[in-house]
Design a protein around this ligand. Structure first.
Ligand SMILES: Nc1ncnc2c1ncn2[C@@H]1O[C@H](COP(=O)(O)OP(=O)(O)O)[C@@H](O)[C@H]1O
Ligand SMILES: [Mg+2]
Length: 339
């Protein structure tokens, strides 16, 4: 098997007594767009900050292109492009100067040529001489994306890249992500279900610091149709044979293997599949360590996500009217909002 571009094992971060992320384990392969979908406070930004070397985990480990983000932080960072929640752009620099400056910091060869290349990539050549402070939020986001791909990193980490954009800008930035996703491994966080479904090859759903599901967008769609979700922990090296048997059980909509080795089974609506699962595990010759219904159902999480989305849309409307008149004003300095 080829080496994972992002590999995360049991990653945990606590702030005092608060557990921000709890034993996250996942990986992303070359060329994959992996979605990180979860409500506010789920732990998306925390994970991304650890991956990009901005802070260490409390326990657990992560590698980028094979380099440990703590032990070999410098090397790992060379392979990462990062678009943070709020991009720290310099308002009084021109777009081109900013990119050249960032390129020099990262020792990009032929930095002027490369700056023009990425400008073209994000469709901003015509704004090369504009002051960053004069750009709309959508254009700033493109500049942020341009600096993220400047040094041709293997891995792109994009933290809620479409948040706060108007609908037209959202479409443009998503299209751009699809484009750059062809050349990079992308980890993209979002709390918008539709965005994850549109952009990602695979989606991790994170809630309260834990990965509660991982699936393809197609299967996510299936899950939305309801049905209980059961987690199954099996002793010994259970593999595809068991997975196939679980999938074949009557009343089972889908079954998956989670990164931590557990199986998850989603039932058809109204079906009680736990006795059949228990029997199948034992009859297949494995020990059954644990079998339980997931605490919070995916449907509840989705409801939460969808509700946040609706609230945000409601808030965004008056903003849009305002956007026209403030578009030429420099934006206020952003501060990192943290609870
Ligand atoms: N610097 C910090 N100090 C204390 N708690 C924090 C800090 N940063 C994040 N948290 C907490 O960690 C949890 C995860 O936050 P975050 O990673 O920002 O989530 P998301 O990006 O998914 O909205 C939240 O409960 C948040 O309040
Ligand atoms: Mg966040």
């Amino acid at each position: 098997m080829t080496q994972a571009m992002i590999a995360v094992q049991d990653l945990t971060k606590t702030y005092g007594a608060r557990v921000a992320i709890d034993r996250l384990t996942f990986s992303a392969q070359k060329g994959e767009i992996l979605g990180f979908l979860g409500p506010n406070g789920a732990g998306k930004t925390t994970t991304m900050r650890i991956l990009t070397g901005y802070m260490p985990p409390t326990t657990g480990s992560a590698q980028i292109a094979g380099y440990d983000v703590v032990e070999n932080s410098l090397e790992a960072r060379k392979h990462i492009g990062y678009l943070p929640e709020t991009v720290p752009l310099y308002n009084d620099m021109s777009v081109l100067d900013y990119l050249v400056y960032m390129g020099k910091l990262r020792r990009v060869p032929q930095v002027e040529d490369r700056a023009w290349e990425v400008l073209e990539r994000v469709g901003m050549e015509h704004r090369a001489d504009s002051f960053i402070g004069s750009l709309s939020k959508g254009m700033r986001q493109r500049v942020g994306l341009a600096q993220a791909i400047l040094h041709q990193p293997d891995v792109l980490i994009l933290d809620e890249p479409t948040i706060g954009l108007d609908p037209t800008q959202v479409v443009e930035v998503r299209r751009l992500i699809q484009e750059v996703g062809k050349e990079h491994t992308v980890l993209l966080s979002t709390h918008i279900l539709a965005e994850a479904q549109q952009l990602c090859d695979r989606v991790l759903i994170i809630n309260q610091g834990r990965i509660i599901a991982e699936d393809t967008p197609e299967n996510l769609q299936l899950r939305l149709q309801g049905g209980a979700r059961v987690l199954v922990d099996v002793a010994g090296e259970a593999g595809d044979d068991l997975l196939e048997r679980l999938r074949a059980l009557p009343g089972v909509r889908l079954a998956n293997r989670l990164a931590d080795g557990r199986f998850e089974v989603v039932a058809e609506e109204g079906q009680e599949v736990r006795p059949a699962i228990a029997r199948t595990v034992l009859e297949s010759g494995y020990g059954l360590l644990e079998l339980h219904r997931a605490a919070m159902s995916l449907e509840e999480i989705f409801l939460q996500l969808v509700q946040e989305e609706a609230e945000e849309a409601a808030l965004a409307e008056p903003e849009e009217a305002k956007a026209e008149e403030t578009a030429l004003e420099p934006e206020e300095a952003h501060t990192d909002e943290e609870a």
